[in-house]
Design a protein around this ligand. Structure first.
Ligand code: ADP
Ligand code: MG
Length: 218
């Protein structure tokens, strides 16, 4: 089968089975349905484009955060779809995902890739817009123990932001370790998955929440 990208919703559904917390969501295909679904989820919500051809949704104008009312949700639907079509007229638009808006947290990246020599590898590092610049990531070949995961987490330069830096409260490192163990199992148990990333995963003083998921299957 050809390589293909699952939708964010499909990614969330798969990852949730392995203990990854995700926002509640609904998928809609009209502006009226968007207003209705957003009201049912409860404001504020985030709305994003669903298209297999659009990998970086923000680049396509395909993400609107902080939507606080039904009329705004209706407008956002039209805006998101129009931006996406303008960005890539060839893109197949499957709809729009409406999600609970997660509170701010420390943004981390969890990922997996298949190395031609080593096989399945998981990566962990700082998220956010400066990631590519900082290259603050670490990786391990699967399988991996909880102990090894803890070592991995403590390896990144930004670890003090997790442990608690200059009077900032520590983040939920144990929850993070459980989530990494979960995604490692997810990756091992699904041979058709060749690559994935959760970018970002928000880590809190208690718990965490994935707010994006990209899963590639072959
Ligand atoms: P992209 O495809 O551009 O990576 P994302 O799904 O990561 O799109 O969304 C872009 C940004 O919007 C995220 O990095 C995050 O900061 C914010 N965001 C996305 N979804 C949510 C959500 N459910 N709750 C809060 N913030 C979100
Ligand atoms: Mg993202």
């Amino acid at each position: 089968m050809a390589k293909r990208m699952l939708s964010e919703a499909e990614g969330y559904d798969l990852l949730r089975e392995y203990g990854v917390p995700t926002p509640g969501f609904e998928i809609v295909t009209s502006a009226d349905a968007a207003a209705k679904a957003a009201s049912a989820i409860g404001f504020p919500v985030v709305m994003k484009i669903i298209s297999p051809q659009i990998v970086h949704k923000s680049d396509a104008g395909g993400v609107v955060v902080g939507i606080s009312g039904a009329a705004e949700a209706k407008k956002a639907f039209t805006q998101i779809v129009e931006s996406a079509i303008e960005y890539n007229p060839e893109a197949e638009i499957k709809g729009v995902i409406i999600e609970e808006m997660a509170k701010p947290g420390l943004e981390l990246i969890l990922g997996g890739k298949t190395d031609p020599a080593f096989g399945k590898v998981i990566t962990f590092g700082m998220g956010g817009t400066l990631v590519e610049l900082m290259k603050d990531v670490t990786l391990r070949i699967l399988p991996i123990s909880r102990e090894e995961i803890r070592t991995m987490v403590r390896e990144i330069n930004a670890y003090p932001l997790i442990a608690g830096y200059r009077g900032m409260k520590p983040r939920d490192e144990d929850a993070l370790i459980e989530i990494i163990a979960g995604v490692a199992t997810f990756f091992e148990e699904n041979p058709q998955v060749t690559e994935f990333d959760i970018n970002p995963m928000r880590l809190y003083e208690s718990g965490a929440c994935a707010v994006d998921a990209r899963v590639i299957v072959d």
